[in-house]
Design a protein around this ligand. Structure first.
Ligand code: ATP
Ligand code: LTN
Length: 331
C-alpha cells in the first residue's frame, strides 16, 4: 500500500511584490517539495491587512502572486493553491486559537516588535494577533512541515506551542508542525544595507522577481560591500560580500568553496556583475512565464477557485473537530 504523504503548508502575504528573498527563503523550497509531499500554498491576504493596504493594489498583487507562484514552477495540479480569504475556516479557527494563546507570548514576537516600530501610528490588534492567524493556517490542514525563511521560525514555534497546549487540554487534535528552513538562502539581506533583511515592504535594496534585467544589473553593481577586495564568506566582517555569495550560490547551485576559488583575486568589479548575471538568468524564465499567465485571467481564476474548494473541504474537517472539543453545540 502506498504510504500517506506528509502534509506541507506555507504562504506569503501579498503586501508587496515578491522578492529574491521570498524566492530563495521559501518558494524555491516549495517547488522542490511538491512531488514528495501533499502541499498547500496560500496567498495570505488576511495577513496583509495587518498593515494598511491600498485595496486596488492588494487585489492586483494577489493575482500577480498566484501567477508568480506558478511561474516559479508550482504546479496547480500537484498542489492546492488558494487565497486565504476564500476559505473562511482560517478566521474561524483563529478566533478559537486566540483563546489558547497568552498575551505574553504574542508580546515576545520579534516581527510584532519590528512592525509596530515601523508602523507606530497604527499598531492594531490584528498586527498583534497575526501569529494566531498563522497558527490557524497551519493547524487547519494538520501540516507536518512549514517551509519558510529564518524570520518565520519563531512564529512556527509558537504555532507548535499553541497546538501542544490545545492537545494537552482536549486530547490529540492537531499535528505538531516543524519549520523547514533552507541551508542556503534562509536569510537574504538588503543589497543597500546588509544588516537588515531584504523585505518586500522595504524597496531600498530589494530585488523583485519581476525586475527587468537592466534593473537587476544596476542593483547588483550598486550593492554595498566593504573596502577590501577579497571575495570571501565572512558574515561578521564582510556582511555585504557574504550576502552576495549566498545569493550567487542559491542562484547557480554552486558551493561556497567553489565560488570563492572561482573569484579568487578578481575583486568586486568582476564579482558584483557576475552575481547580477546569475540572478538575471534565474529570473528571466519566471518573469516571462508570469507575464504570460497574467494575460490569462480565466485560467488564474480557475486555479484559485478549485484551490479554495479543495482547501475548504480539508479545513472544515479540522474545524468541526475543534468546535466539538471546545463544547460548541453541533449545527
Ligand atoms: P513584509 O515586508 O511584508 O513583511 P517580507 O518581504 O518580509 O514581507 P514575507 O511575506 O514576510 O516577506 O515572507 C515570505 C516568505 O519568504 C517567508 O517564508 C519568509 O520567511 C521568506 N523570506 C522573506 N524575506 C526573506 C529574506 N530576505 N530571506 C529569506 N527568506 C525570506
Ligand atoms: N507570516 C508569514 C506568512 C504566513 C505563513 C503562514 C507562512 C502566514 N501564514 C503559514 C507559513 C505558514 C510571513 O511570511 N510573513
Amino acid at each position: 500500500m502506498e504510504e500517506k504523504k506528509k502534509r506541507i503548508f506555507s504562504g506569503i502575504q501579498p503586501s508587496g511584490d515578491l522578492t529574491l528573498g521570498s524566492y530563495m527563503g521559501a518558494i524555491k523550497n516549495w517547488v522542490a517539495l511538491q512531488d514528495e509531499y501533499d502541499c498547500l500554498y496560500c496567498i495570505v491576504d488576511m495577513h496583509a491587512i495587518t498593515v494598511r493596504q491600498v485595496p486596488a493594489d492588494l487585489r492586483k498583487r494577489s493575482l500577480e502572486q498566484l501567477a508568480q507562484y506558478i511561474a516559479c514552477g508550482l504546479d496547480p495540479d500537484k498542489n492546492i493553491m488558494f487565497i486565504q480569504s476564500h476559505v473562511p475556516q482560517h478566521a474561524e479557527l483563529s478566533w478559537v486559537l486566540g483563546c489558547y494563546t497568552q498575551f505574553g507570548e504574542l508580546s515576545r514576537m520579534t516581527q510584532f516588535k519590528d512592525k509596530s516600530q515601523k508602523h507606530a501610528d497604527n499598531i492594531t490588534a490584528g498586527l498583534f494577533t497575526y501569529p494566531v492567524l498563522m497558527a490557524a493556517d497551519i493547524l487547519l490542514y494538520q501540516a507536518d512541515l512549514v517551509p519558510v525563511g529564518q524570520d518565520q521560525k519563531q512564529h512556527v514555534e509558537l504555532c507548535r506551542d499553541i497546538a501542544q497546549r490545545f492537545n494537552g487540554v482536549y486530547s490529540d487534535t492537531f499535528t505538531l508542525p516543524e519549520p523547514f528552513i533552507p541551508k542556503m538562502g534562509a536569510r537574504i539581506m538588503s543589497l543597500g544595507d546588509p544588516s537588515s533583511k531584504m523585505s518586500k515592504s522595504d524597496p531600498e535594496g530589494c530585488v523583485y522577481l519581476m525586475d527587468s534585467p537592466d534593473a537587476v544589473a544596476r542593483k547588483f553593481k550598486r550593492a554595498v560591500t566593504d573596502c577590501e577586495t577579497a571575495v570571501r564568506f565572512d558574515p561578521e566582517q564582510k556582511p555585504g560580500v557574504s550576502n552576495l555569495l549566498t545569493i550567487y550560490c542559491a542562484a547557480t547551485g554552486k558551493t561556497l568553496a567553489e565560488t570563492e576559488s572561482a573569484f579568487a583575486g578578481q575583486g568586486y568589479g568582476v564579482f558584483k556583475p557576475a552575481v547580477g548575471d546569475a540572478v538575471i538568468e534565474l529570473l528571466r524564465p519566471i518573469r516571462e512565464e508570469a507575464t504570460r499567465l497574467l494575460g490569462d485571467k480565466a485560467y488564474l481564476e480557475s486555479v484559485y477557485r478549485a484551490g479554495a474548494e479543495r482547501a475548504a473541504r480539508l479545513a472544515e474537517k479540522t474545524l468541526r473537530k475543534v468546535y466539538k472539543k471546545v463544547g460548541f453545540v453541533a449545527k
